[in-house]
Design a protein around this ligand. Structure first.
Ligand code: CAA
Length: 285
């Protein structure tokens, strides 16, 4: 039996639904919350599709898949945080939105409930400071696609207690993930290294050093990356990539993090990658 039976996840997008899925696969009862029912419904469909891929491969039985889905409930009411032992926030990557959510969660959740954020680059310390329990706030940064990726980057805010840290490290292990701890600085480790690489690939395209496909082939075949940087950027979402570059640029005040103008232009055009059908590549719906 895992340490947390009642888990709540705020946000039913790509990351939120993935976190809900792995928690339910680990045996937790999970509430998936988002602001609209259509979002939680879409989240449930994403989870069902992912589980069916595991069933097809014989890694899960039909009965297990049904039981996992049975452990998931959905709501648009954040008030359900009242009964959660741990809440993981995976809402929009905007500090103002996250602060609002954390203030509400702090009011609603029981005193000993831990509040985790899946932020990919924002300050956990700043987010923790809007609550009256900053020592119980921590970063749990999952990777996309959550059901397949082994890593959870655990980010200790300045005020995070040793107890919270230890509890989250064990919880991540119970979810079948490998937790790696880092300190709270912009982009942490994952995106501080990944995003400048992606941004540099966009610069290569912008300067005409090579075409998108060639840039990706070089990094795939030459460095053994599973996806090329531009393909990965499309997969993550170009708006997210740009946002994280801005966080690095603002946070360090160092010109080496300046976002490529071509990345800005694509985002301005609404070419956000796979999710909009066009980014550096064009996707069939
Ligand atoms: N659930 C279940 N199974 C899935 C899945 C999902 N969500 N997504 C893919 N799969 C399965 C597929 O069914 C397929 O199974 P088979 O091999 O048995 O057919 C297998 O995974 C491989 O999928 P594909 O053949 O479609 O494609 P692939 O071989 O390229 O693998 C990938 C897909 C695992 C995503 C791989 O390309 C990869 O590892 N890419 C890099 C991902 C990465 O870097 N993620 C981090 C992004 S950064 C981030 O998340 C942090 C941030 O803050 C921005």
């Amino acid at each position: 039996m895992g340490s947390y039976q009642r888990v709540m996840v705020i946000g039913a997008g790509q990351m939120g639904s993935g976190i809900v899925q792995v928690a339910a696969q680990a045996g937790c009862n999970v509430v998936m919350q988002d602001i609209k029912e259509e979002y939680t419904e879409r989240g449930k469909r994403t989870i069902a599709t992912s589980l069916s891929r595991f069933v097809k491969k014989g890694q899960l039985s039909e009965a297990e898949s049904t039981a996992i889905l049975g452990r998931i409930t959905t709501t648009t009411d954040i008030g359900q945080a009242e009964t959660a032992q741990i809440v993981i926030e995976a809402a929009t990557e905007q500090m103002a939105v996250k602060k609002e959510i954390f203030k509400k969660l702090d009011d609603i959740a029981a005193q000993d409930t831990l509040l985790a954020t899946n932020t990919s680059s924002l300050s956990v310390t700043e987010l923790a400071a809007v609550t009256k329990r900053p020592e119980q706030v921590i970063g749990m940064h999952f990777m996309n696609p959550v059901p397949l990726m082994k890593l959870v980057e655990v980010i200790r805010g300045l005020q995070t207690s040793n107890e919270t840290f230890a509890a989250i490290m064990s919880f991540a292990a119970e979810l079948g993930k490998t937790a790696v701890a880092v300190e709270d600085f912009p982009g942490f480790i994952s995106n501080r290294i990944l995003m400048p690489m992606i941004n540099e690939a966009v610069y290569c395209l912008y300067e005409g050093v090579a075409e998108a496909k060639a840039i990706d082939e070089i990094m795939k075949l030459g460095m053994n990356h599973p996806m090329g940087p531009l393909q990965l950027a499309d997969y993550i979402g170009l708006d997210t990539c740009l946002y994280i570059m801005e966080v690095l640029y603002d946070g360090f005040g160092d010109s080496k993090y300046r976002p490529c103008p071509l990345l800005r232009k694509y985002v301005a055009a609404g070419w956000l990658g796979k999710k909009t059908g066009r980014g550096f590549y064009v996707y069939e719906s």
